[in-house]
Design a protein around this ligand. Structure first.
Ligand SMILES: CCCCCCCCCCC/C=C/C(=O)SCCNC(=O)CCNC(=O)[C@H](O)C(C)(C)COP(=O)(O)OP(=O)(O)OC[C@H]1O[C@@H](n2cnc3c(N)ncnc32)[C@H](O)[C@@H]1OP(=O)(O)O
Ligand SMILES: NC(=O)C1=CN([C@@H]2O[C@H](COP(=O)(O)OP(=O)(O)OC[C@H]3O[C@@H](n4cnc5c(N)ncnc54)[C@H](OP(=O)(O)O)[C@@H]3O)[C@@H](O)[C@H]2O)C=CC1
Length: 301
């Protein structure tokens, strides 16, 4: 784990020095002339996506709540000769999203691609969720993604320009436990994506999701080391992955290579979506027993 250009040492994941040189399948002008807005752009996956697309010629605009974190990320991108800027915004606040888009359309010259990577949750047994905790996760991941998506869609419609959106979700169908609030929110984002893929096709707007598996990023700080230790075994490839591996999926789906793809969820999870279960809290004892045969069905597990 190395120092970031911002002087911060991330606990997990690639730093800016890594992101500046990671090899990519995309050519240096794959995103030339494109402006890409990335929420969560100073976080793990968002930052990797910013580096990848900027290295491929895009003007990247980062957003998130923490202005200092954004400024540091932009400084290292610019120091590498890349086109980057930032403006803080809370995705839970539609007014701050409108202000961000005003700035992008007035000062940056418009938008081509939106990557919704702002998000997260905390690990907790669902039965213990507080109302505030539930609302924080739903508001960030479902409402926040919707507010950002709707604002981008309206601007593209009004400008008569095409657009492309990629929203980062989680693998909802199988195997991720201890984050039921997030599964609920992300299932909403996936349903929204499928609905909008149809409604917005006439507007020439494509919309897709990427569902990452175990990706080492600073966001992992909220998980207990004992559960993080099991993440390499959360998929048949038996490893965790880098934010770069998710960034390449975002670049594919948002770019011209996916021009006939809309309404999809691309799992970038090493096959984890077909595998066993993963816990973000310690696995309850109930699931650690041998299980019961039919003859034993009335016994305590
Ligand atoms: C099947 C294949 C899949 C395999 C996958 C395998 C491995 C998966 C790895 C884990 C899965 C996902 C990982 C990630 O997504 S990591 C990257 C994302 N980053 C984060 O999650 C960072 C932390 N989360 C956040 O910052 C969230 O955005 C959050 C919504 C929690 C932040 O909101 P806010 O800033 O408003 O948070 P507050 O601190 O103000 O809290 C608001 C209330 O929320 C409750 N809360 C918060 N934290 C906890 C906690 N740790 N425990 C219990 N409750 C919590 C609480 O009510 C807060 O209010 P109070 O502070 O007043 O009590
Ligand atoms: N890492 C993993 O293993 C996995 C991650 N994911 C998902 O991928 C996405 C990116 O995660 P990752 O990069 O790992 O996590 P990080 O925590 O590193 O990045 C998330 C970013 O979201 C921003 N953010 C959070 N809340 C808000 C808000 N209300 N408004 C604006 N920005 C906000 C944060 O910036 P700031 O604090 O400045 O607001 C932060 O930089 C998340 O949705 C995450 O849940 C899904 C599956 C697995």
């Amino acid at each position: 784990m190395a120092e970031t250009g911002s002087g911060q040492t991330p606990e997990f994941g690639l730093d800016d020095a890594d992101l500046a040189i990671e090899p990519t399948v995309f050519g240096p002008s794959a995103f030339a002339g494109k402006t890409v807005l990335i929420s969560g752009g100073a976080g793990g996956i968002g930052r990797a996506t910013a580096w990848l697309m900027a290295r491929c010629g895009a003007a990247v605009v980062l957003t998130g709540r923490d202005a200092a974190k954004l400024d540091a990320a932009v400084a290292t991108l610019r120091a590498a000769g890349l086109d980057a800027s930032a403006k803080p915004c809370n995705v839970r606040d539609p007014a701050s999203i409108a202000a961000l888009h005003d700035w992008i359309w007035d000062e940056v010259g418009g938008l081509d691609i939106l990557v919704n990577s702002a998000g997260g949750q905390f690990p907790q047994a669902a039965i213990d969720f507080s109302v505030k905790g539930w609302n924080a996760v739903i508001d960030t991941n479902l409402n926040g993604t919707w507010y950002m998506t709707q604002e981008a869609g309206r601007r593209w419609r009004d400008a008569g320009r095409p657009g492309s959106i990629v929203s980062i979700v989680v693998v909802t169908r199988q195997g991720l436990h201890g984050v039921a609030h997030s599964i609920a929110a992300r299932s909403g984002v996936i349903g929204l994506t499928q609905a909008l893929a149809v409604e917005w096709a006439p507007l020439n707007i494509r919309i897709n999701c990427v569902a990452p598996g175990s990706i080492e990023t600073p966001g992992w700080r909220v998980y207990d080391p004992s559960v993080i230790g099991a993440y390499p075994r959360s998929n048949p490839m038996m490893r965790t992955a880098t934010s770069w591996e998710v960034a390449e999926a975002c670049a594919y789906l948002s770019g011209d290579g996916a021009r006939y793809v809309t309404g999809e969820v691309l799992n970038v999870a090493g096959g984890g979506q077909l595998w066993g279960e993963t816990w973000t809290i310690p696995r309850p004892d109930y699931f650690n027993g041998p299980g019961r045969t039919l003859r034993q069905k009335d016994e305590t597990p």
